[in-house]
Design a protein around this ligand. Structure first.
Ligand code: PLP
Length: 334
């Protein structure tokens, strides 16, 4: 069981496979057309199509946003700001593109201190990265302080990565917010609740003036034809996504029950994963779970995560199995 990368453990909707099966030799031979996919994504988020940029996974959206923001150089190396722990691609992409990231350490509860984030912004800062719900803790942050932060740090961009927002049901994407906050960029992915990680489809949503420079650094045919055909089909099957989000919610409560029974610390998660403190023996726990066929992610080297593993909360049956494996490993003599 792959419970280490927060993938959709059920895969994509059967409707997506039907759409892919309908493609043929000609589709493989032509450069893809994105009209239907852009229309579907824009309708889904209830924004005009010019507020949407499709990317080859949200990873590319992160890379392209930094690339665009770093294009104008004024001597000092450009900077981004982020928190720790966090999704590693913000720092990886910042460094790859010749910048450096200033890190604001979160406390043990992963509370978001917007004053500390704003204070880390320097004249060299181009983008601030936050994730909501937060990865790896799964914590959901209130939207109002994020809106205030965007206003406070402007013209520095605020990139809010909402990779897991389908599970929390909360998003900064609405027309009014994007109009009021032209320096806000919201990242979304179809890898998680929609199960398209293997196809690679993400999007960045922002006001057209903010998206324009990012469009210029994304290659014109970044998504392949299969990903483009999958998107409208995936979005249309709302019932499948809702079913999967419900599975994730039930899985979270199974993990929570098991962890409370075992006396393990967890954090309230609104995403399809849970951070669990299994104690100093974390490497043994990860290795023993792997031997039982359950792969989880060791987050213990990261700031604030000593002793922690992150477990994907996906299909309920799998989660029951994973919870039983965790119990077996923790109750076994070391
Ligand atoms: C917070 C966060 N952002 C972005 C991504 C990348 O998403 P994608 O698969 O669309 O590149 C992930 C993947 O795990 C993630 O956890």
């Amino acid at each position: 069981m792959r419970l280490h990368l927060n993938e959709n453990t059920a895969g994509c909707s059967p409707a997506v496979l039907d759409a892919l099966r309908a493609l043929g030799r000609v589709d493989a031979g032509l450069y893809p057309d994105y009209d239907a996919a852009i229309t579907a994504v824009a309708r889904h988020f209830e924004v005009p199509p010019d507020h949407v940029l499709l990317t080859n996974g949200l990873d590319e959206g992160i890379l392209a946003s930094i690339g665009a923001a770093f294009r104008v150089r004024d001597g000092a190396p450009p900077e981004t700001v982020g928190v720790a722990p966090a999704f590693d691609m913000y720092e990886v992409c910042t460094t790859a593109l010749g910048g450096r990231m200033r890190i604001v350490p979160l406390n043990r509860d992963f509370d978001l201190d917007v004053d500390a984030v704003a204070a880390a912004v320097t004249p060299a800062t181009r983008i601030v990265f936050l994730t909501n719900p937060h990865n790896p803790s799964g914590r959901s942050y209130e939207l109002a302080p994020l809106r205030t932060l965007a206003r406070r740090i402007a013209p520095v961009l605020l990139f809010v990565d909402e990779a897991y927002a389908d599970f929390s049901g909360e998003s900064l994407i609405d027309r009014q917010t994007l109009e009021d906050l032209p320096t806000l960029i919201v990242g979304r992915t179809f890898s998680k609740s929609y199960g398209l990680a293997g196809l690679r489809a993400g999007t960045v949503v922002a006001s057209p003036a903010t998206l324009d420079p990012i469009r210029r650094v994304v290659p014109p045919y970044s998504l392949n034809a299969w990903a483009a055909a999958a998107l409208p089909a995936a979005i249309a099957d709302r019932a499948y996504r809702d079913w999967y989000c419900a599975q994730a919610a039930e899985s979270r409560s199974i993990l929570l029950d098991t962890c409370s029974r075992l006396g393990l610390r967890t954090w309230p998660s609104s995403a399809n994963f849970m951070l669990v403190n299994v104690g100093p023996d974390v490497s043994r726990v990860v290795a023993s779970l792997a031997r039982l066929g359950v792969r989880v992610r060791d987050r213990s080297p990261e700031h604030g995560c000593a002793g922690c593993i992150r477990i994907t909360a996906g299909l309920v049956d799998e989660t029951r199995h994973a919870a039983a494996a965790l119990e077996e490993v923790l109750c076994a003599a070391p």
